[in-house]
Design a protein around this ligand. Structure first.
Ligand code: 5AD
Ligand code: SF4
Length: 474
């Protein structure tokens, strides 16, 4: 069973929140408003969810929030290490913050998440960006109040660093400030045991640990009591949920338990590893009426040689067989996937196998990435077969093929009436609302703001490659 952070430790962190709150109260007395925090998130939904926790702790400590780092007293960047470009963006932002801090030396800068869980990055930040006050890794998230308090009261320029690996003990009951009230991410497990040869995640997020089902259910019941209706269950590989628990449970059983919670209307989940997608889970998806008929199943590549070099533990044929089963049991399923183009050993012939998978599966959409070399992973030692130019050409070809499929799939929706959960008002037009269908497709339509958070019936009128237009059915 996964270790848990002790209740006393969580209480200790609470006491730091109160100490910061006192500092904030004194600041408010002098300035007429509390201190402001600015947060930015890079990477996946797990990171989005972690940032919601950071914002929850900041809110309890009395902070207001602002969108511009120029106005902030505390800036926290929650970073991603999966690809190099995400890291470059953070370094770019740190350069900008250096200038801001020159004119406002009291400003505190914190960097957390996967990127700083790598020692060479932390060393680089300490050396080159010594204006960063706080560096804490994925395992130290719950300690943020203590680290922030120490940064607020310190009287030297040394950065406070906590990137220890706590063996990934699970911390329950950290405050949270969610981005939406109608829909929420709920982590069911943390970490990953798969060690795909290109991927840094197992090194920065640690081994798989499942949360107790009673904690997950309690969190969802609490969300529902506060008006939330759509739950997205999160984990690097939700299909291995429960393997480390004493409880006789797996992800299929958990889905059924969530499906039984009164007030939940929609259940989504991600991500699933194809090797662990069981018949039991496909059955649960088909039978649970609240589970959205949508599946994200990363294939990564189509060539069996590349899949083997990636340590994915399935073949193209295994994958297509699973997809066939899913389509048979859930006829109107919407499918998506992740693809990596330009894995070191991938040839042009190998790449054509990926194109073949796209054409055979006909995904609704794909998330495609050019391979990025990650220090410390086995694939980092491999030489590239293709040139950068050839890889970019293949990447563009992939998008071309998929755009045509996505548009065709979206065209099938025109004329249909679909239930839509309204996410919010469009940034570009205040009369336009944006929401999601059961399949997770985005639809834009005219409507008033009071519909945000509600379900409405929308007739689809027009299809684009990435989204749909529609009109509310009276
Ligand atoms: N380079 C490019 N893409 C990667 N991913 C993971 N590691 C890398 C890497 N080194 C992609 C995979 C994964 C998604 C979250 O990110 O497709 O499914
Ligand atoms: Fe990375 Fe593979 Fe784990 Fe996904 S399953 S997080 S790609 S190691």
């Amino acid at each position: 069973m996964a270790e848990h952070i002790k209740k006393e430790e969580i209480e200790l962190q609470r006491s730091f929140i109160y100490k910061i709150k006192e500092i904030n109260a004194r600041y408010t007395n002098i300035n007429g408003h509390p201190m402001k925090a600015n947060t930015e998130t890079y990477g996946c939904q797990q990171n989005e969810n972690d940032t919601e926790r950071i914002r929850g702790m900041l809110k309890e400590a009395g902070f207001d929030f602002c969108d511009d780092a120029n106005d902030a007293d505390v800036v926290v960047y929650n970073t991603c290490a999966v690809r190099e470009n995400a890291e470059q963006k953070v370094f770019g932002r740190l350069g900008i913050l250096k200038h801001i801090k020159e004119s406002r030396p009291d400003m505190l800068i914190g960097i957390c998440g996967c990127m700083v869980q790598q020692e060479h990055i932390t060393e680089q930040i300490k050396k080159v960006h010594n204006h960063v006050d706080l560096i804490f890794g994925t395992h130290a998230l719950y300690k943020f109040p203590e680290l922030l308090y120490n940064a607020m009261v310190k009287n030297n320029k040394k950065s406070i660093v906590d990137i220890t690996d706590s063996d990934g003990a699970i911390a329950e009951e950290i405050p949270i400030l969610r981005d939406y009230s109608q829909k929420a991410w709920v982590s069911v497990m943390y970490g990953c045991n798969n060690f795909c040869s290109y991927c840094i995640v197992p090194y920065v997020r640690g081994r798989e640990r499942s949360r107790d089902s009673k904690d997950i259910i309690a969190e969802i019941e609490n969300l529902v009591a506060n008006g939330c209706t759509e739950i997205s269950l999160l984990g690097q590989n939700v299909n291995s949920y429960g393997k480390d628990l004493e409880e006789n449970i797996n992800f299929a059983k958990l889905l059924r338990m969530v499906n039984d919670i009164k007030g939940v209307e929609r259940i989504r989940f991600m991500t699933s590893h194809p090797k662990d997608l069981s018949d039991e889970l496909i059955d649960a998806m088909a039978e649970c009426e609240k589970v959205c008929k949508q599946l994200h199943l990363p294939v990564q590549a189509g060539s069996n040689k590349v899949l083997s070099d990636m340590n994915r533990k399935y073949t193209k044929e295994d994958y297509l067989e699973k997809i066939k089963k899913v389509k048979e049991k859930i006829p109107n399923i919407s499918l998506s996937t992740d693809i990596i183009v330009g894995f070191p050993t991938e040839t042009n012939e190998d790449f054509l196998e990926t194109i073949d998978v796209l054409k055979k599966v006909e995904y609704d959409n794909i998330f495609s990435f050019i391979y990025s070399r990650r220090e410390g992973t086995p694939a980092a030692k491999l030489d590239f077969v293709l040139s950068e130019e050839e890889i970019h050409n293949n990447f563009n070809k992939l998008l071309e093929v998929q755009n045509e499929i996505s548009k065709r799939k979206n065209d099938e929706y025109v004329g249909r009436i679909e239930k839509v959960l309204v996410d919010g008002v469009s940034k570009n037009n205040e009369n336009t609302l944006s929401g999601r269908l059961e399949s997770s497709k985005v639809v834009n339509f005219v409507g008033s703001e009071d519909l945000v958070g509600k379900y409405v019936d929308v007739r689809i009128t027009e299809a684009h490659t990435w989204s749909l237009n529609g009109e509310i059915v009276k």
